[in-house]
Design a binder for this molecule. Sequence first.
Ligand SMILES: O=C(O)C(=O)C[C@]1(C(=O)O)C=C[C@@H](O)C=C1
Length: 115
Amino acid sequence: MVIFLTGENEINSFENKEEAEILLEEARNRIDEIDNELFNLIYQRTHIAKDIALAKEYLGMPVFDKTREEAVHAKIEKLSEENGIDAVIIDQIVDMLTILSKNEQNEILRRNNNG
Ligand SMILES: O=C(O)C(=O)C[C@]1(C(=O)O)C=C[C@@H](O)C=C1
């Protein structure tokens, strides 16, 4: 039997325990890779905070921007609905991402202003 990565329209059946174990291991390996990619992306997103913080400070803008956060949430909410992913959970993840960015921005400004 050929083992497929399961998708919505694929039929998946096992002939023995080993096949199921292989599929499980492969799926977990893929999850590990994706988690690494996610971490990398979160790292990159968070570190854009430096440019944002310096630009905002120069422009006299506060770190928190409600309108921009609402736009970010709206964009992700639309994507969640279009792709059948729980929008409430994704919304919480976006909240966490913006908190990381704001903490980083505040830390950069604090360091800059302390010399
Ligand atoms: O776009 C900005 O102004 C940011 O500071 C980035 C970001 C975000 O993480 O998306 C973080 C804080 C703001 O409240 C709005 C958005």
